[in-house]
Design a protein around this ligand. Structure first.
Ligand SMILES: Nc1ncnc2c1ncn2[C@@H]1O[C@H](COP(=O)(O)OP(=O)(O)O)[C@@H](O)[C@H]1O
Ligand SMILES: [Mg+2]
Length: 394
């Protein structure tokens, strides 16, 4: 029993020892577990912290980026503003300046608003003639088309061409006024002088009246010419078309100059073999014929004036050909014969008239859709040819 008891107690001791050891191992295990858990916790924490830090850093970066973007955007806006003001606002200001100058009467003002490079500020201030070279050229237009709008470039072109036209008009008006006032004054003086002489009894009454009559007619013709030019320029030269016999019109015109012809000048008239009525303004065509026959009579000292009326082979045109054996059209004015004030002494006769007759004649023939031209004959003298349409023939 004792032996057994000892054995049992020994085994019990062993069990207790084992239990203790197990207890220790459990404690050890728990400690290790806690250690591990702490370790893991710290690691996770640090990772999370790291992540948070990274997130914070990146959000800081984004804020900075956003700030930089805003600054860049503002700078771009300012730069664009400057560019736009340079290319659009500035030219508009210059245009305004140029318009103001034109309004104030300076027709030399030029609008140089578009990329005029080194010529900044020339716009609206181009004084003095001969600055036309400042106008923006086609190549300028290509260079700047990305910025300055096409309209602005077109605007500058039309502004400058408008001032050019105004200048030309102004020049013509001055010229016209100069010549017209001289021409108007010259018949008035002899009218007054002859009237005065007749009143005083220094000149026979009849002689004075004759002279006064001649100069009064000159004055009347001049006044009519000036009024016609004004009508042509205003686009108001109206022709009242009626069906009229061609032979009748030509005959009347010839008859009205017959008395003025010099002794040594013959008049030769050839009318249409078969007369025809065409639509025309009788008074206006009579005015054209009177002017051309009047010139022929004025510039022909001796020889012949020939009027030939014919119908062209294609039947659609009537041609009136007036040729003379006078001094011939002076070469210098031949290229601008039908322009205003184209007048020149003709060999063998003193210069007379204002040079408005042929200008008015051409405008009248144009209003009839006809043609007029002139040339010098190889054998001397001049020829004028008028062609009129027969289209309204019945
Ligand atoms: N038949 C002609 N022969 C020579 N020159 C002419 C003739 N007709 C016109 N001319 C020239 O053309 C100019 C213009 O004529 P016109 O317009 O009728 O004006 P004006 O008769 O008032 O001078 C004349 O001054 C003259 O130099
Ligand atoms: Mg004339």
């Amino acid at each position: 029993i004792k032996q057994d008891f000892d054995r049992v107690s020994e085994l019990t001791q062993n069990i207790i020892a084992i239990e203790d050891e197990e207890q220790n191992q459990l404690i050890e295990f728990t400690r290790a577990e806690t250690g591990i858990r702490d370790l893991l916790d710290n690691r996770v924490k640090s990772i999370i912290l790291e992540k948070i830090q990274a997130l914070e850093d990146s959000s800081n970066g984004m804020v900075t980026m956003a700030l930089i973007s805003i600054v860049i955007a503002i700078m771009l806006a300012v730069i664009l503003g400057i560019i736009i003001s340079g290319y659009i606002v500035k030219p508009i200001k210059r245009l305004r300046q140029a318009v103001n100058e034109v309004e104030a009467g300076n027709l030399d003002a030029q609008f140089v608003g578009i990329n005029d490079g080194g010529r900044e500020g020339a716009g609206g201030r181009g004084r003095g003639r001969g600055e036309d070279g400042n106008m923006p050229s086609r190549s300028d237009k290509n260079k700047t088309s990305s910025f300055a709008s096409e309209e602005l470039i077109d605007l500058s072109h039309s502004f400058n061409s408008m001032t050019e036209k105004l200048k030309a008009n102004d020049r013509m008006q001055r010229e016209f006024l100069g010549i017209a006032s001289h021409e108007l004054r010259s018949p008035i003086q002899p009218i007054l002088s002859y009237a005065d002489l007749a009143i005083k009894g220094d000149v026979p009454y009849e002689q004075a009246v004759e002279k006064i009559f001649t100069h009064a007619i000159r004055l009347q013709n001049l006044a009519n010419d000036i009024l016609d030019v004004a009508r042509i320029e205003a686009g108001q030269l109206s022709c009242v078309m009626r069906r009229v016999s061609v032979n009748r019109v030509v005959k009347d015109a010839v008859d009205s100059i017959r008395d003025n012809l010099r002794k040594d000048v013959d008049l030769e008239v050839q009318l249409l073999e078969q007369d025809v009525e065409i639509g025309l303004d009788r008074d206006r065509i009579a005015q054209v014929l009177a002017n051309i026959l009047g010139n022929a009579e004025k510039f022909t000292k001796k020889g012949k004036i020939r009027i030939e009326t014919s119908r062209a082979s294609e039947n659609s045109l009537i041609e009136i050909r007036i040729s003379d054996t006078g001094g011939g059209i002076p070469e210098e004015i031949l290229p601008r014969l039908f322009e205003k004030f184209a007048t020149k002494d003709v060999r063998g006769s003193a210069k007379q008239g204002t040079g408005l007759g042929l200008y008015i004649s051409k405008a009248i023939i144009n209003a009839h859709n006809g043609k007029i031209f002139a040339f010098n004959n190889p054998e001397g003298g001049a020829t004028f040819v008028i062609s009129l349409l027969v289209e309204q023939e019945r």
